[in-house]
Design a protein around this ligand. Structure first.
Ligand SMILES: NC(=O)c1ccc[n+]([C@@H]2O[C@H](COP(=O)([O-])OP(=O)(O)OC[C@H]3O[C@@H](n4cnc5c(N)ncnc54)[C@H](O)[C@@H]3O)[C@@H](O)[C@H]2O)c1
Length: 250
């Protein structure tokens, strides 16, 4: 029970990696606040956590909305009294837009993937400063490190901004007891918003460059997230952790 009585706020919590993160934190004793635009799926996950004896709440949140964040943080504080860990995980795919020069794509990717994490940081840092510290984990990608074809470059730009946002958060708020790191998954199961990356031929080509020779699953990301959020990582901050089967090593 590494997270007994800790309060964890997770965005993009209704599906995929975010949902798996919520289940894992709850299993380790945390109170989990699930935030997502998908209410039905979020509520189902909350029921699942409660059925296995955990504590969880759902709040509908579009992470690109400043007003939405304000209300969601008020909700979390009202229900749980504090926020110890923030997981900025919500995101949309860089293959959601066919044209990599699409300006609407730029706005959406930057406001959700990058802006959402900034707003989370904006609202949660003062709460953590008052509590005497906390941990923020930003879900980036290998797309933060390399250029890629067929991916809207706002995906790369938004994920790269999370990499440096994490380091700046670590540097600026370390003395408040706040740690912050970024996680960089590689080839995983497609996102809900994925486009061409679902194509088996594209996936097979990608996989050829993954030294461990397999696609990552949510659990591969969950364990590093829990490690970085735990006291086992108490002297680790500002790092970027690649969870990519060795892709970036090649
Ligand atoms: N799946 C991959 O291949 C992969 C690889 C590297 C990084 N990532 C990153 O991991 C994170 C989780 O992705 P996933 O694979 O679980 O995908 P997913 O599509 O299953 O989950 C993303 C979640 O974010 C939510 N979301 C989207 N827009 C939102 C908004 N405006 N406000 C609130 N919630 C919103 C979605 O509803 C969904 O529940 C994302 O940040 C993604 O960029 C994924």
């Amino acid at each position: 029970m590494r997270f007994k009585d800790k309060v964890v706020f997770v965005t993009g919590a209704a599906s995929g990696i975010g949902r798996a993160i919520c289940l894992a934190f709850a299993k380790e004793g945390a109170k989990v606040v699930l935030a997502d635009i998908l209410e039905e799926e979020g509520v189902v996950t909350v029921s699942e956590i409660k059925a296995s004896g955990g504590v969880a709440y759902f709040i509908k949140l579009d992470v690109s909305s400043q007003a939405g964040w304000g209300a969601a943080i008020d909700f979390a504080l009202d229900k749980c009294g504090q926020i110890n860990i923030l997981i900025n995980n919500a995101g949309i795919s860089g293959t959601a837009f066919n044209n990599v020069l699409d300006d609407v794509g730029w706005e959406r990717l930057m406001s959700i993937n990058a802006g959402g994490a900034f707003l989370g940081t904006h609202f949660v840092v003062p709460v953590m400063q008052q509590n005497g510290g906390g941990v923020i984990i930003n879900m980036s990608s290998i797309s933060a490190i390399i250029g890629q074809s067929n991916v809207h470059f706002a995906y790369n730009a938004s994920k790269a901004s999370l990499r440096i946002l994490s380091k700046s958060t670590a540097v600026q708020f370390g003395r408040d007891g706040i740690r912050c790191c970024s996680i960089h998954p590689g080839l995983m199961e497609p996102m809900r918003t994925s486009g061409n990356v679902r194509d088996p031929a594209i996936r097979a080509k990608f996989l050829e460059r993954v030294p461990l020779g397999r696609t990552g699953v949510a659990e591969d990301v969950v364990k590093p997230v829990l490690f970085l959020a735990s006291d086992d990582a108490s002297y680790i901050t500002g790092i970027e952790l690649y969870v990519d089967g060795g892709y970036l090593a090649g």
